[in-house]
Design a protein around this ligand. Sequence first.
Ligand SMILES: C[S@@+](CC[C@H](N)C(=O)[O-])C[C@H]1O[C@@H](n2cnc3c(N)ncnc32)[C@H](O)[C@@H]1O
Length: 324
Amino acid sequence: MLAVGLATLVPGLRSLTGRRTGGTVSSCYCYSVWLRHLCMLHEHGLPTDFETVAELGPGDSLGAGLAALLCGAERYIALDAVRYADRATNLRVFDELVELFRNRAPIPDQREFPRVQPPLRSYAFPSDLLTPARLEAALSPDRVGRIRAALAALGTDRRDGPICYHAPWTADMIDDASVDLVFSQGVLQFVEDIPAAYAAMARWLRPDGVMSHEVTFQSIGITTEWNGHWACSEPLWKLAVGNRRHATNRVPHSAYVSLLQDMGWRILTEVRVERSSGIDRSQLACPYRHLSDRDLSTSSSLLQSMRQTASPPQFARAAVAKAT
Ligand SMILES: C[S@@+](CC[C@H](N)C(=O)[O-])C[C@H]1O[C@@H](n2cnc3c(N)ncnc32)[C@H](O)[C@@H]1O
């Protein structure tokens, strides 16, 4: 269990674990991720039309946020801990995304991306949401050309263009009440200070702004069992993590829910994916003995929320899916 963590403590070997972040090097992955967030918002009566969209942790490309721009958003702000995305990858992914949207391609499903969550009821192109009129305006050659030019000229510190990329980021890089949606895919589990991150996002969002975060609770290769991180004592965990750039904060699903509620956010979408626990309760390390069976078997969840004071949508749903 400790081999990979220890290897990262050897000078020069950390890059073995830090070169790639996930899937955003693939345009189909980015298309699938963005459309899953969008379809889930639509399904729960939440807004789907945004002027400014911010994303935490885009990874190897800005593709998911570029997909948001291609659906009509005016501005996209990418915030990462590390600057992984480069110009060539961004431009390639952008061009491929334009084709996917122009072709109204179906959403790549669990067969193509078995690890991408949340699952959807339907993977057909969401024409009821992305209507011909909306897409025609969003994909006009002029508009696509302007976004592409901005992407090609992307600098680190421009605040006024249609695309901003800050890595690393600080909360004051975004004006208060200037964002309509903050989303992330497979990122919050790496954030050490979740209350501070939620507070920053709350500051950036307009009063009727929305958060949409897909979080995974798996140790992702650090322990043999998917949830073995909850069985590690603090010293053992430090050794297992080694010098990895990113390791799970070990915060369980219910803590994200409580935190959002305590901060005055109403959760309108809660889609948990369940998986049989890889460890017995007797193996839990001291700080995690209190974990509920529900947390112990929640391998990922999507939480979409608005402020308590924002006007409520017509319907909301909590769902549980089984991991495939
Ligand atoms: C597993 S990758 C996911 C990348 C991408 N969202 C995807 O779906 O493939 C995790 C990403 O979270 C980023 N990350 C880690 N801590 C972060 C933080 N505090 N703020 C923003 N991004 C962070 C990493 O740099 C990395 O890009």
